[in-house]
Design a protein. Structure first.
Length: 60
C-alpha cells in the first residue's frame, strides 16, 4: 500500500507541472485608420447654381 502511494506521488510530481496551463496575455495594439475622402465641390457648386435659377423662376 505504501508503494502505491509513493508511486502515485511520484507520478503526480512528474506529471503535475506538465498539466498546468500557462496563458500569456499581450496588450492589444490599436492603430490609427487613415481615410481619404475626395469631395467634388465644383460639381456641387455648379448644381446649386443650376437649381438656383429654377428656384428663382418658381418664386416669381
Amino acid at each position: 500500500m505504501k508503494k502505491r502511494i509513493l508511486l502515485g506521488l511520484a507520478a503526480y510530481a512528474m506529471l503535475g507541472p506538465a498539466a498546468c496551463a500557462t496563458v500569456k496575455v499581450e496588450p492589444i495594439e490599436i492603430k490609427p485608420i487613415h481615410i481619404v475622402m475626395d469631395v467634388n465641390v465644383k460639381i456641387d457648386k455648379e448644381l446649386a447654381d443650376f437649381f438656383s435659377d429654377i428656384d428663382k423662376g418658381e418664386k416669381k
